[in-house]
Design a protein around this ligand. Sequence first.
Ligand code: FES
Length: 84
Amino acid sequence: MAKFILDNIEYDVPDGKCLAETCEKAGVPFSCNSGVCGTCQINIVEGHDNLGELNQEEKDLAMDRNHRLGCQCIISGGVVKASF
Ligand code: FES
């Protein structure tokens, strides 16, 4: 089980799961849910290496290891701290 800490609130997320559901529950604004609009951007503060590689949708929106799409990125394990 991974820990995802978003704006200082801690969530348990199964290893290998996309963060979409947790981000949405936490109040991150969502629109397209498919990596096109960029609305769900989150800022990664710690634990960058515990997220999967940037996918094509994130690359297309010029995301980087500090800026990820909540609807696309996958937590692999460990702890990730982020804000939005
Ligand atoms: S909700 Fe549109 S990119 Fe994530």
